[in-house]
Design a protein around this ligand. Structure first.
Ligand code: FA5
Length: 357
């Protein structure tokens, strides 16, 4: 059955194209950011009509795939442009309304005695930096605006990899090959180029992905990257023990159990994801070897030989790398169920988590 006329598996392309004008009109009529976000999610979001149509392309004959893919991409970029246009219009309107109505009486007395403090992300980030620094790791920063070489090529991520598409990566308009880094793994490459082997480093910082904002995903989030390389053999046992020690430190427990599951990252061989045992108590998650459940925490693996080659590290190097989402482990530790809370400015919430003094 042809995708073009296939009504059984969602909205067919013909109907998508016919709907474009209507969608554009609706978008240009959106009067709030929420309405705009909802339209974006419904049309080009993760489960949006257009995204679902893209997924159907895999069942289409090869020669049709190119033609239909191009048509769908045209619709998608028209929708993206219209959303951006309306977003700008709403933003301009909001600013001018605010300026019209805003008056500030600086003679009013201060109503409370709360002063700013460190956000829990900053607190966690500093604690983790201190932990690794005390254990002899270099704590390194890397640029958030990266090149395709450091974010993808040097990490052995091939040109056709889906993560490279603009659906996942924010590219910088007018700056060919420049992007907002999607992972802190690029700092591994910079570090090996600069310091060579042996090397023990971590890097913690902001990363960006074109992900729809929801309870567990944010377009900007933080990652922790670790790398240990040496000329002497290093094996998966070292990796497991390193992760266990870190989890015991971060979750303030003296018994964490780590388990590996095979997974694929182009820059590791073998690659794996790691889980940790836990139990739930009073709505909070307690990491413990006695736990009856497993929670997934991040990705890891032995450094792929191509990565060593791409960094100019000679033969005979061994090493492991790991990566975790900092926001996610903070959420687990404090029982926070929505990542958006981390980026809100609700004073009551911030005070509860010890962020305001
Ligand atoms: C990576 O990014 C790999 N660089 C990790 C790695 C490093 C593997 C070294 C092997 C060796 P992944 O795409 O799975 O892997 O992301 C790692 C973590 O980032 C996830 O487990 C998750 O906790 C977090 N994460 C990913 N996307 C988001 C998002 N949109 N919002 C919040 N956290 C996210």
């Amino acid at each position: 059955m042809e995708f073009y006329d296939n009504y059984e598996f969602g909205m067919p392309l013909k109907e998508i194209e016919a709907n474009l004008e209507h969608w554009e009109k609706t978008i240009l009529g959106a009067s709030t950011f929420q309405e705009l976000e909802r339209l974006k999610a419904d049309i080009i979001g993760r489960s949006g009509v257009v995204t679902s149509a893209f997924k159907l392309l895999k069942d289409v004959s090869v020669d049709k795939k190119k033609e239909l893919g191009e048509k769908l991409n045209k619709v998608k970029s028209a929708i993206e442009d219209t959303i951006a246009q309306q977003h700008q219009k709403l933003a301009n309107y909001a600013v001018s309304e605010r300026l019209k109505n805003e008056t500030l009486d600086i003679t009013l007395p201060v109503e409370n005695d709360h002063f700013g403090g460190l956000h829990i992300i900053t607190q966690a980030l500093r604690k983790i930096r201190d932990y690794y620094s005390a254990r002899g790791f270099l704590v390194l920063d890397g640029p958030e605006i990266e090149t395709e070489f450091y974010n993808f090529d040097a990490l052995n991520i091939p040109k056709h990899h889906p993560a490279r598409q603009s659906q996942d990566t924010f590219y910088l308009k007018g700056h060919d090959g420049m992007l907002l880094r999607t992972q802190t793994s690029c700092v591994q490459i910079r570090a090996m180029q600069k310091y060579g082997v042996p090397l023990r480093m971590v890097s913690i910082g902001k990363t960006y992905r074109n992900d729809q904002l929801d309870a567990t995903h944010s377009p900007m989030f933080h990652q922790i990257e670790g790398l240990v390389v040496d000329k002497n053999p290093i094996n998966i046992g070292h990796l497991k023990s390193e992760l266990r020690k870190f989890l015991e430190f971060f979750f303030e427990t003296d018994s964490a159990t780590v388990r590996f599951r095979p997974s694929f990252f182009p820059f590791t061989e073998p690659g794996m994801e790691f889980d940790c045992r836990y139990t739930k108590k009073d709505g909070r998650l307690i990491i413990s070897s006695d736990g009856d459940k497993w929670i997934e925490l991040g990705g890891a693996g032995m450094v792929h030989p191509n990565v060593f080659k791409n960094c100019g590290v000679g033969e005979g190097a061994y090493g492991f790398a790991f990566g975790l989402g900092l926001d996610r482990i903070i959420m687990l530790k404090y029982g926070i169920t929505d990542i958006r809370n981390l980026f809100d400015t609700d004073q009551r919430w911030l005070r509860y988590y010890g962020t305001c003094a």
